[in-house]
Design a protein around this ligand. Sequence first.
Ligand SMILES: [Zn+2]
Length: 214
Amino acid sequence: MAARKLKIYETCMASKNKQFGRKAILDSHVYCFNRGYGTLDGCRCQWICSHKGCNVTLLADSDGNIKKEPRDHLHYPPDAASREANIQVGKLKKNAKETAAKTSEVVDEVRNNVSIAILGRMPSKQSLLQQVQRSRKEELNAPANPTNFVNLVIPHKFSVHQKRDSMGGAELVEERFLQSEIPVADKKILIFARQKFMNLLEDTVDWLIKIIKG
Ligand SMILES: [Zn+2]
């Protein structure tokens, strides 16, 4: 008998390990990738049920062929719309990390392409917008707050703004975002701005400045 197979979905892939965040379906239950390890018989992936509180696992090879069947779940599998909603939220997080589209565009892209039934099982639009922002924050993996300002070096990825190529290229292009670093006593003034807003300022007579002390 041929091995049973997991249906694996490309959902939110973390940058460090392409497996993490992937989801899969077997017998109507949704599983999340848990861990992978090598054996003499090849790679084994452990998948765990995505139902809250359920810890049923299964083992599969890297192609999704089942190597150890899961035991019985103590809950019913989600209905088709809930399963699809779960997968779509995973795709949303993947898109959030991999594209430069606006937050609302990432959410609309998913919401506009699912049926009403699936939409009804997905979190609210507001909640999805927050999930996109959270996924992007995780992806940025921002460094810890500096202990002093003198030695503060802004990492390259925070000193540039990534945008879609206006010349039509598929790759993201970078423009300068950190415009100036001005030392003041033992502190620094950092000026972050996109060039188009610098141009606007240049053409503006009155500036309103808000000073935040911290
Ligand atoms: Zn379960």
